[in-house]
Ligand binder design. Structure first.
Ligand SMILES: CCCCC/C=C/C(=O)SCCNC(=O)CCNC(=O)[C@H](O)C(C)(C)COP(=O)(O)OP(=O)(O)OC[C@H]1O[C@@H](n2cnc3c(N)ncnc32)[C@H](O)[C@@H]1OP(=O)(O)O
Ligand SMILES: NC(=O)C1=CN([C@@H]2O[C@H](COP(=O)(O)OP(=O)(O)OC[C@H]3O[C@@H](n4cnc5c(N)ncnc54)[C@H](OP(=O)(O)O)[C@@H]3O)[C@@H](O)[C@H]2O)C=CC1
Length: 299
């Protein structure tokens, strides 16, 4: 059980922007931020979705209609937010687009719709906050929600994997460039946490349910939870560890490390299976020893 490891005032005095905060994980994390004392701002493209999300959350929540691919609109909205409410203390780059498709079938617009939302959207938002923090000599914390595909790549979601890898590179690069300004950049890479919109894009039919959206090949035997993601995100957005920067933290129950090129599947073997395996390999060793003459084992 995850519980509530943090004090309710962990984020008191923080003002945090969540892009794509009207649905799914962004909206769920927003609730945890508010419940830990933060003022929260939600961006997305659909006014009704944002309004409904804001109304459902306790505490101080503001919304703006922003397409993060539009750099000029991002800067304008960031200026409005700063002028009306004051400086942000943190940004959560959560907005994303994605769908499964054979890469050879993608049009240029399809590639741009996904990669642009992730890569350009995260850059524009980070840049809009970062240049204001630097000008005002204020610290800041940027957290981006990525995927483990930044290390492994993934077939059939190539524009997303490319966009997320670019934001992983931005995280490492700006962590160094902006460290002297007190601005930190980190990222989280969750394994599957089912949400309505994402599953319509990633597992839309009865035949599309493979590893990435399933629990059966995850060593911990289950999906992640919103509470786990929210706790990790809050830790990174809080003042708990100001020395932490430039890191992308996988939170996937060991999924990425249990690839088909490893022996992870042996978790299915019973005690009898293991006894049989040992007997077979010991027999092979004995046969080998018999051919070694006087040469024994390790000394
Ligand atoms: C499981 C563990 C890891 C999970 C990691 C999760 C990653 C995620 O990011 S899930 C996030 C899912 N959420 C979303 O995608 C929300 C936002 N999505 C959208 O806005 C749409 O679904 C969008 C991605 C299609 C983009 O919409 P929009 O910007 O309005 O673009 P268009 O509808 O005009 O489409 C642009 C272009 O893309 C082509 N296209 C759309 N869908 C598909 C598809 N399924 N397959 C192939 N191509 C597609 C569309 O035809 C357009 O191209 P042109 O025809 O050349 O104009
Ligand atoms: N769910 C999962 O298992 C995992 C998710 N992730 C990541 O977590 C994040 C949230 O995903 P999830 O909640 O599942 O998916 P959702 O589809 O629910 O969230 C995506 C959000 O981004 C917004 N968005 C999309 N395009 C734009 C745009 N151009 N400008 C502004 N906002 C935009 C959408 O709102 P609107 O359409 O109204 O603009 C939506 O609210 C994403 O970054 C995803 O890659 C990572 C690993 C696993």
């Amino acid at each position: 059980m995850t519980g509530r490891p943090f004090a309710p005032d962990l984020l008191a005095g923080k003002r945090i922007l969540i892009t794509g905060g009207g649905t799914g994980l962004g909206r769920a994390v927003a609730r945890h931020l508010v419940e830990h004392g933060a003022q929260v701002h939600l961006w997305g493209r659909r006014p009704a979705v944002l309004d409904e999300a804001a109304a459902s959350l306790p505490g101080s929540v503001h919304t703006q209609v922003v397409d993060v691919r539009d750099g000029e609109r991002v800067d304008e909205a960031m200026g409005e937010l700063w002028d009306e409410h004051g400086p942000l203390t943190g940004v959560l780059n959560n907005a994303a687009a994605n769908f499964i498709a054979p890469t050879e079938s993608l049009s240029p617009r399809a590639f741009d719709a996904v990669s642009g939302t992730v890569m350009k959207g995260s850059f524009h938002t980070t840049h809009g906050a970062g240049r204001r923090w630097i000008a005002a000599r204020l610290p800041g914390s940027v957290v981006s929600t990525l995927t483990t595909w930044v290390w492994t790549g993934s077939a059939y979601v190539v524009p997303s994997a490319m966009g997320k890898a670019a934001v992983h590179a931005m995280t490492m690069s700006l962590a160094v460039e902006w460290a002297r300004h007190g601005i930190r950049l980190n990222a989280v890479a969750p394994g599957p946490i089912p949400t309505e919109y994402a599953w319509q894009m990633l597992n839309p039919t009865g035949k599309s349910g493979v590893g990435a959206t399933q629990a059966d090949q995850i060593p911990m035997g289950r999906m992640g939870t919103v509470e786990e993601l929210a706790n990790l995100t809050m830790f990174l957005l809080s003042d708990a560890c100001p020395y932490l920067t430039g890191q992308t933290i996988a939170m996937d129950g060991g999924q990425m490390l249990a690839g088909p090129g490893t022996f992870a599947g042996l978790a299915e073997m019973t005690d009898q299976d293991w006894a049989d395996a040992r007997a077979k390999s010991e027999a092979a060793t004995a046969a080998s020893k018999a051919q070694r003459g006087g040469l024994g084992g390790p000394h």
